[in-house]
Design a protein around this ligand. Structure first.
Ligand code: SAM
Length: 216
């Protein structure tokens, strides 16, 4: 399979027609080898229009969802970004292409370790990974210019709002375990502005300010 051609087709058929416009986002989606973030048996499906399983009952998000969430962060290149839910590390790599530094938290050690290997192999040295509860954020490196949560939460975790810089953007799916609203929050001097981007379905964000493990 010609993966480069598959990526080009993914951008042309799944992203541009649905309104993804930021040329830097489209370029990153053309560049990052998504097939290397999934198991070998799934590599020929890596550029299809859907999420895929990555082990531990978790998923790598649909390419369009990755592009939409990334575009909403409005990255120019000099930002400090916090990601909650490293998963396969694919979204992390896209962020690493577009920002200065990426801090990413994953609650499952095995996924974080796998992601570290592939991110190192691809020379994404501007990424710092941690295993833990991302609903608490990562106060040591706050404030962040952008925060992305790639798991569905019953509410916006307060620590993440606190750790957002003024002018910063936070993108997160909020709702019940079956459907969520993808929301974008912007921290302004007057308060938090909120905009709804789409309806989506993510795996659960499990932690102190998300779902309790016993609830799912
Ligand atoms: N962005 C990932 C990618 O590109 O592969 C997909 C992430 S997957 C949809 C959501 C991830 O969030 C899962 O790997 C899950 O273990 C993780 N997660 C759930 N709750 C978490 C929490 N409180 N802190 C950190 N990670 C969490």
């Amino acid at each position: 399979m010609d993966f480069k051609k598959a990526r080009e087709r993914m951008v042309r058929e799944q992203l541009i027609p649905r309104g993804i416009k930021d040329p830097r986002v489209l370029e990153a989606m053309r560049k990052v080898p998504r097939h290397l973030f999934v198991d070998e048996a799934l590599q020929n499906q890596a550029y299809s229009d859907r999420p895929l399983l990555i082990g531990e009952k978790q998923t790598i998000s649909q390419p369009y969802m990755v592009a939409l969430m990334t575009e909403a962060l409005e990255l120019k290149g000099d930002e400090k970004v916090l990601e909650i839910g490293t998963g396969s590390g694919y979204q992390t790599a896209i962020l690493a292409e577009l920002a200065d530094k990426v801090y990413s938290i994953e609650r499952l050690r095995s996924l974080s370790q796998k992601a570290r290997k592939i991110l190192d192999r691809l020379h994404y040295f501007n990424v710092v990974l941690k295993v833990g509860d991302g609903t608490l954020g990562w106060p040591e490196y706050a404030p962040y210019d952008a925060i992305i949560v790639t798991a569905g939460s019953p509410k916006v975790p307060e620590p993440l709002v606190e750790q957002l810089a003024e002018g910063g953007r936070l993108v997160i799916p909020v709702g019940d375990p079956y459907t969520q609203e993808l929301v974008k929050l912007v921290k302004t001097p007057e308060g938090i502005e909120k905009k709804s981007l789409t309806i989506c379905r993510f795996v659960n964000l499990i932690g102190k300010h998300g779902w309790k493990e016993s609830e799912y």
